[in-house]
Design a binder for this molecule. Sequence first.
Ligand code: BGC
Length: 778
Amino acid sequence: MFTDQPADANDGIVDAMTNQEKVDLLSGFGMWKTAGIPEHGIKPVIMTDGTYGVRYSIPQIDSDERGGMDLDAFLSVVNQRASDVAIAWGEMKPATCFPNGSAMGNSWDEALMQRLGTLLGRECRAMGVHLLLGPGINIRRTPLAGRSYEYYSEDPLVTGKLSAAVIEGIQSQGVGTSLKHFACNNSEVERTTMDSIVDERALREIYLKGFEIAIKQSNPWTIMSSYNRLNGVQASQDPWLLDDVLRKDWGFEGVVVSDWHGIKDRPASLMAGGDLDMPESPRRKADLLAALDSGAVPAATVDLSCRRMLDLIALCHKGAEGAVPAYTADEHHAEARAMAAASMVLVRNEGLLPIQPQMRRIVVVGRDAGTPVIQGSGCATTIPTMVDQPLEQLQKVLSAEQTLTFRTEADAETLELAASADLVLVYTSTEGAYDGEGSDRTTLTLGPGQDEMIAALAAVSDKVAVIIACPDAVEMPWIEKVGAVLVTFYSGQAMGGAVADVLTGAVNPSGKLSVTFPKRLTDVPGFLHYPGENGQHVYGEGIHVGYRSYDMREIEPLFPFGHGLSYTTFAYADLSLSATEIGLNDAIAVAFTVTNTGDRAGAEVAQLYLQAPGKRLKRSPQELKGFAKPLLQPGESRRIEITLKGSDLAIWDPALKRWVLEGVEARLVVGASSRAAQLTADLKLKPSVLPFRRLAYDTQPAYVLPNAIACEGICAYLTARCNISPEDAMRMLQHCSNSFFGIFTSLERRLRLSIPEAEVAHLIEEINAAMDATEARL
Ligand code: BGC
């Protein structure tokens, strides 16, 4: 990606820089900028949050001085409450508050995500921002996580694909991105110190996978290291994470930016591959300068980071050339409305919605209909350009014959009105004070009194539709008693209009849940280990995150991953595979037909799952491997084609330190959700590995005997050593089959001989090399 800047052009600049200048280049200048160094023609870069809206602080960015150097300024950003955005007026530039990550995640729509990115990029250009600090893509391991409203999904494929599209959109406008937070920052509990203890398979297959997909597909200009520790090492200072995985395995060439004040040991962070330390910290700069002057950090290391920074600065300023695309706040608001409508999820509908013309008396209950919750709290919180009032928006799209009566609570008068109404709409949300950056939610319930309010209304009317604004999953104890539920998540400034569009059917809902909704908190996969203790948070469920865990434990969720209703119906047919066997380096085409069998246009999120039994390595019952979202007119059919690569089906083998396919009979399932299979086809996975572990000194004979390569090697050794026939050697081996001891101790005891350690070591090495060679040919 940096090809337009030959490496040697920067070498000259770096060679001429003093250590102090290098430190300046690799550190923030105030809160949101990097340092300009005019002596070397180095220009500053301006960056700002966020993940679904541009958060531009006028005093912190526009001052000539180092804006936001004091810690209070930093805290005012991360502690920003969504409910207090009005207070920030005048200090912040208004920007379109698009639907938040957990809302957009339900769109399953890469084109829409790309459009979101394009619009965010445009707004950055208009404000002179070079680098937007997003998207945030941590896996939503628990719905309690304070920042889950910023993130897309519990599934790495949805996360990776959607974030890649946003990145492509933003960067298409000449604005950089910072994919964050790398890695395993999945809760706000002790967020700058917590040690996330995650096994290697869960890391590679779940928590890092989204980053891997996004980086390989969309080349974000920067990636942001996270606040937490990962398996004992501060993420911002972790050479395994920032160098071995990110750069060596995935080929990332951009800049690693720290999360704000996330570095504890600046020299260690630079040594690990952390290029840019944000925001400016005199102490950390002094530490780095001392380490450069003393040689504790080698010149080659700092120079490499400097060259990466210079590449980034060149990209940013090249991107800022040319005219800024013109747009109006109204245009972006209209697009935000369409995005919100395309992402909301109709999770239940007993024939109540859409609103029909004959529904004349409509009672609207709940404070949220007047004052909607449109976003979460923290550094992502955006100062919206305008906010739709849901009630007003609904009124606008209803006919003159339809009357809306607005009540904020379910008192006796409201219940009386509701009992005779044609429709009761309840607008509700979770309690704002507990979720957001810096604090996790404490329950999955709605705000105080809300469940009781809904239950009371449902007791007097069978025409209750509930509209829920929430950061992530919520419990719905009254679910069987209501006619419809529309989950909007935090849908941004145009939420009110978008809800009106979906309720009336002007927009046919097409969002599907990108997380599982549990019936109760105790069903959540990580429940037993959350939130950790003594500074350690063990991700005990391993690879079985989200729906993988509900499937594995056979727990019925409230709503499964991938679930969402439409006002039309769809039929699936004719699943075909271009081959029925797939190897690690192969690709096959999977095709099927989706037909709109109803009477109105609609889009359907069709999902492709792999069901592969584990062999030596355990697998979840099913894993999402592809998806598509065709928009279909009534009666229209579309042939969907999804390319599946063998490597997409692979699992990480921690023993071999690589992706492998085990040879198993698997199935592909096309579904309308993770629990609504429509079509299936058999698929054979060709093995890329032998089904045995490598031999060790203490491997028990029972585990050696099925391994022909090991048996052959050991028999050859025994034949030579004991002067017996190969058949006798094999018989000896078989006699040991139930032994408690390892293979070599067992043989020594049975044959009454001593096998020298060096010979054992040599034999093990030879056998394992033969296994390697066999696997290389698979
Ligand atoms: C957040 C980041 C954000 C940064 C700057 C940090 O506290 O974790 O997501 O980009 O602040 O606001």
